[in-house]
Design a binder for this molecule. Structure first.
Ligand SMILES: C[S@@+](CC[C@H](N)C(=O)[O-])C[C@H]1O[C@@H](n2cnc3c(N)ncnc32)[C@H](O)[C@@H]1O
Ligand SMILES: [Zn+2]
Length: 318
């Protein structure tokens, strides 16, 4: 059965919910900014027989797998290797000036974290790479740990991992580096963090989880590009178009929440200024007052969905 589908256990997160919000885009153009293994794109193609999909991913491995998986729909899906921060350029290059739905299911895919060679996970000993786009001319995680200062490393681990022991971890990393033992593999890093952050009895997650998340965010510049991407995405929406974003940690969710509020016209002027000078303008409406989270059933089926949050806006005018 299922010769098209590799044995990877893959559950697209918050799928039914996302599709329901995308209903107004059913006869239009939907952009899947994070194709991954194609779960959300496949569902859109199946549920909306007239929709055209433009799918973006910066990971060529994901693109190859999804291309094969979605081959029967190749006349309705256009797959592009790019960073979604270039969404405007990608669409303009195809002479598309407005779209009706945009999905971004942020973060890493199962294909990436389950890869034994790409360094995203401490479950496999591999070179500490972590680049989602292996063709990009950007430093790997190992290269960053070899070149950043101790303070810079500590700040990355603290800001992007919310790891309280960030300074001690950074100090050990630099100590090892100065002793001629630079951190080059996942195992070296996981062992080092485990020595600094002992696993508590209640703690279900591996002590290196936060440090790995932080490095991945830094390597792929995940947070810096997010706000502008949301603004550009909203800009590309036709009236009544839908932008649906799934996040996996509070740092991302906060950016999405704040940017959506700005797009919905929230004024951020200091309270005592008599007139608004921040340029607040309402171009979208928030559809999800509170973020949508997975049902108990989804959590049971797919524990990886546990921190997922879906937020949606609807474009009202340009
Ligand atoms: C959570 S997965 C998406 C899974 C997909 N929705 C599915 O159901 O198969 C996130 C994907 O987005 C890609 N990605 C993350 N940040 C990106 C960016 N800035 N530009 C393009 N692709 C990105 C990753 O390479 C990864 O394949
Ligand atoms: Zn204002």
């Amino acid at each position: 059965m299922g010769s098209r589908t590799p044995e990877i256990q893959h559950y697209p997160v918050l799928l039914e919910e996302t599709l329901a919000f995308l209903e107004p885009a059913r006869d239009g153009i939907v952009v899947d900014c994070t194709l991954g293994f194609g779960g959300h794109s496949l569902a859109v193609l199946e549920a909306f027989p007239k929709a055209q999909v433009v799918a973006i991913d910066q990971d060529k491995v994901a693109i190859a797998a999804a291309r094969q998986r979605l081959s029967e729909f190749d006349w309705r899906i256009d797959i592009v290797h790019s960073n979604f921060s270039r969404i405007k350029k990608v669409l303009n290059g195809k002479n598309i000036d407005k779209v009706h739905g945009i999905i971004a299911d942020l973060g890493v895919s199962s294909i990436q974290v389950d890869s034994e060679t790409r360094g995203f996970s401490f479950r496999f000993d591999a070179p500490l790479d972590m680049r989602m786009d292996e063709t990009a001319d950007i430093p790997t995680a190992a290269e960053l740990l070899g070149s950043l200062t101790e303070t810079e490393i500590a700040n990355v681990i603290y800001q992007f991992g919310e790891e309280r022991k960030s300074r001690r971890i950074a100090s050990r990393i630099v100590h090892e580096r100065e002793a001629g033992r630079p951190i080059r593999t996942t195992k070296q890093l996981a062992d080092l963090v485990a020595r600094v952050v002992p696993r508590s009895k209640q703690q279900a997650i591996h002590p290196a989880t936060k440090t790995f998340q932080a490095l991945r965010i830094k390597v792929n510049n995940e947070l810096d590009i997010l706000e502008q991407f949301l603004i550009d995405g909203a800009h590309m929406l036709a009236e009544n178009g839908i932008l649906a974003v799934i996040t996996f940690h509070s740092l991302e969710d906060r950016i999405v929440k704040n940017t959506f509020q700005r797009l919905a016209g929230k004024c951020i002027c200091p309270p005592r200024i008599p007139i608004c000078v921040c340029g607040a303008k309402k171009t979208a409406e928030i559809v999800t007052r509170k973020p949508i989270v997975p049902t108990d059933e989804e959590l049971k089926r797919n524990p990886r969905s546990r921190s997922a949050k879906l937020r949606v806006i609807r474009k009202i005018e340009n």
